[in-house]
Write a protein that binds this ligand. Structure first.
Ligand code: SF4
Length: 439
């Protein structure tokens, strides 16, 4: 009988794709996915380390996995992979000695080998190498969760060193995938019926084609939009400094490119941005926003914000609130600053007390909620094309996303899942729209 595996993913879309690549490799070796960890011969936690809370969540989950291990003994292989594994390394074994595999991100292609090694030697198989191997960028084997939306890696790692961020330490410097491989993977996905392609990279618009066409990100996007039958392409996450006029031009002129951009700002205070080593000022960021907002196509804008970065004063924080007013973001992902090992921010003075961070986070979220509520009101009576994804959480049978990434809830048959539907907007909240299907 073939071995079974269960993968649990923490963190970002890149991790979700990494998990799909791990699943694809294991499946290719004859193993079978299961949705219940109690029925798995291999349990893999694909982890995130962006905040301390994410790391603690993995340790808490390992406490639960230990119960399966106690029941199954040496038969069960437990793997901790991804960013947190890269950062913690063998320290994981001090808190969870029953773990059999420790591997960093981008190790899907070697996972079958690590499983075999752990079973054969009965000792932990550890792979924390960060080399120039281009293989992890490729998608030789992948078991996709969705049949209509697919992530496609275009680059991995990051060459910037923001003072708060562990990504360059866990995923290494930026490695780019040849454009021809990206385009042929996207074309294959379109042939297979995928409706939406999501280009993934840590700073996705810093892409530099390592192969002869030498495309920049805007050129790659333009080529992808030319694929016959491609309905939608999105990308995440760009860096504000690499947002070029060319990129805006592609977003305006190619209807397949979704009219949505997530442009992380992190703070509205130039003083804090400097301490964060973000490489731009508030003014320069706002210049980019103004360009996007004056384009002839309406583009929804979202961002990430960290509150309570070391040295952030009340005035700095109020600058961030004013930035929200100026930009009128469609959505904001906001977090309290979380100190991460080996990052430059650890040495900065001016720690903001936890209680104050919490207060600022609540103020920021309340402030932004009102902006979103007012923005969403403008959608009433509009008809949006929605890619139907799933059952809605409450009151409505279905939910989907418009090209501008707005979540739309409505009632309709389950057979619409994975298809486009035209929805007329009849109501809204700060976080979503609701509507009725236009037949
Ligand atoms: S740009 Fe900054 S925040 Fe983004 S991945 Fe790179 S170092 Fe981290």
């Amino acid at each position: 009988m073939s071995r079974t595996f269960y993968i649990e993913t923490f963190g970002c879309q890149m991790n979700e794709l990494d998990s799909e690549k791990i699943a694809g490799s294991l499946l290719h070796e004859g193993m079978e996915p299961v949705s219940d960890p109690a029925k798995a011969d291999i349990i893999i936690l694909n982890t995130c380390s962006i905040r301390e809370k994410a790391v603690q969540k993995v340790y808490a989950r390992l406490g639960e996995v230990k119960r399966h291990k106690t029941r199954r003994g040496g038969d069960l292989v437990v793997g901790v992979v991804g960013c947190m594994a890269q950062l913690e390394g063998e320290k994981i074994l001090e808190r969870a000695p029953f773990v059999n595999i420790i591997a960093g991100p981008q190790k899907g292609h070697v996972m079958p080998e690590l499983v075999a090694r752990a079973l054969e030697t009965r000792r932990p198989a550890i792979d924390l190498r960060m080399d120039d191997d281009p293989e992890p960028l490729e998608t030789r084997h992948v078991l996709r969760v969705s049949a209509w939306r697919a992530g496609v890696t275009i680059s991995e790692g990051c060459n910037r060193h923001c003072a708060f961020c562990v990504v360059p330490l866990t995923r290494g410097p930026q490695k780019d995938r040849p454009s021809s491989n990206i385009i042929s993977e996207a074309a294959r996905l379109v042939d297979q019926g995928y409706l939406e392609i999501v280009l993934l990279g840590q700073t996705v618009n810093s892409y530099r084609d390592p192969s002869p066409p030498g495309l920049r990100f805007a050129g790659l996007l333009r080529k992808l939009a030319e694929i016959p039958g491609l309905k939608r392409v999105r990308f995440t996450s760009p860096h504000p400094n690499d947002f070029s006029d060319d990129l805006l031009d592609v977003m305006v002129s190619c209807s397949q490119v979704c009219n949505q951009i997530h442009l992380p700002v992190q703070s509205g205070s130039t003083r804090v941005l400097l301490a964060m080593r973000r490489g731009y000022t508030r003014e320069r960021y706002l210049e980019t926003i103004r360009k996007i907002q004056s384009a002839t196509r309406a583009i929804a804008i979202s961002t990430d914000i960290i509150v309570g970065f070391p040295g952030e004063t009340e005035t700095d924080f109020e600058d961030t609130l004013r930035l929200l007013d100026e930009v009128q973001y469609d959505s904001v992902f906001s977090f309290k600053y979380s100190p991460r090992p080996n990052t430059a921010a650890l040495n900065l003075p001016g720690e903001v007390p936890e209680e104050e961070k919490g207060k600022r986070l609540r103020r920021l979220q309340e402030h932004q909620n009102l902006i979103q509520y007012n923005k969403n009101a403008a959608y009433v009576a509009q008809v949006l094309e929605v890619l139907v994804e799933d059952r809605a959480r409450a009151n409505f049978s279905l939910a989907g996303r418009a090209a501008n990434n707005k979540v739309v809830n409505f009632n309709g048959p389950e057979s619409l899942i994975g298809k486009f539907a035209e929805i007329q907007i009849t109501g809204f909240s700060a976080n979503s729209l609701r509507g009725v299907r236009v037949q």
